[in-house]
Write a protein that binds this ligand. Structure first.
Ligand SMILES: [Zn+2]
Length: 294
């Protein structure tokens, strides 16, 4: 299925609001970069396969982070269940039917723009965009995978983060963030672009106020979703019942009659260095540097 060139404009919300340059498209309808992402299939939990490349300690940490999302919303709600995957075979091109978290030792160059630092991890989402150009535009997620970059970075699976080496990222922190993307959560704005309504006046405190900040440092440990993250979840999913259910197919998020949707493939990156890149179908469609305080 040829997708490239069909869609234009920025898909990922979060890193930056509006100044992205769009390349190589003759599409007519401009998409709304702020349109929400959410799972169209209302069946939860989503079963995620944990690659057999991960150690048992690493798997324990990832399962804990799945529980952290559940516990943040309601003890009875489960977004994720987990099983062991007998391989480490991810598919960067298509929906392979297996939701997975993979340990990547050989980071694909297509996932890193030239002359840039590779991301710590990515979530790739496959889905369909509906109601393009309308107020109820949204992307219905159909598939997702999380890829953790063990090629360029080191990660700690220590339960006690005090035991973490200073040159390792906390695996739980990284995976919790990516699971947020998996559910359709976007990044919060970087500190320099925070909304005027924001009351936090310290960059450190602001970063700590959400697990969906677009970059992390070695020292950051964020293993519990914060109020902002829970608010974002609640904007997408009904979590009051015993089983989480997506709002898709309920007003206003249902396709207009005859709207067949447009294919979407998106990669969302967690950056180590304050940079943020937006890609679509392997093509970088926007990039900017997040201002880091030295
Ligand atoms: Zn991210």
């Amino acid at each position: 299925m040829k997708i490239q060139g069909v869609l234009l404009a920025l898909l990922i919300t979060g890193c930056t609001p509006s100044t992205e340059v769009v390349q190589g498209s003759s599409s007519t309808a401009a998409i709304n970069a702020e349109a929400p992402y959410m799972w169209g299939n209302k069946t939860f939990p989503k079963n995620i396969g944990l690659s057999n490349a991960f150690s048992s300690d690493e798997k324990v940490g990832m399962v804990q982070m799945g529980d952290a999302w559940k516990n943040a919303v309601s003890a009875s709600n489960a977004f994720f269940s987990f099983s062991d995957l007998n391989n480490n075979n991810y598919d960067l091109v298509r929906n392979d039917g297996v939701l997975g978290i993979y340990k990547v030792y050989d980071w694909n160059s297509s996932l890193t723009p030239s002359n840039e630092v590779a991301p710590i991890a990515i979530t790739q989402l496959f889905g369909r965009r509906y109601n393009t150009g309308k107020s109820n535009e949204y992307v219905s997620i159909e598939h997702a995978d999380i890829l953790v970059n063990y090629d360029d970075f080191n990660f700690s699976s220590e339960s006690n983060s005090a035991n973490k080496d200073s040159t390792e990222y906390d695996l739980r922190t990284v995976v919790l963030h990516e699971m947020g993307h998996f559910l359709g959560l976007s990044h919060i704005p970087v500190y320099s672009l925070r909304p005027s309504s924001e009351t936090i006046t310290s960059r450190t405190d602001y970063k700590a106020s959400s697990v969906m900040y677009p970059s992390i440092d070695f020292s950051e440990i964020k293993r519990i979703p914060k109020t902002k993250d829970i608010q974002q979840i609640n904007s997408k999913y009904s979590t009051s019942s015993t089983v989480a259910s997506a709002m898709v197919a309920e007003s206003p998020y249902k396709p207009q009659p005859n709207d067949l949707g447009k294919n979407v493939k998106v990669i969302i990156e967690l950056r180590p260095n304050g940079e943020c890149t937006h890609k679509m179908d392997g093509v970088t469609i926007g990039h900017h540097t997040i201002q880091l305080k030295k």
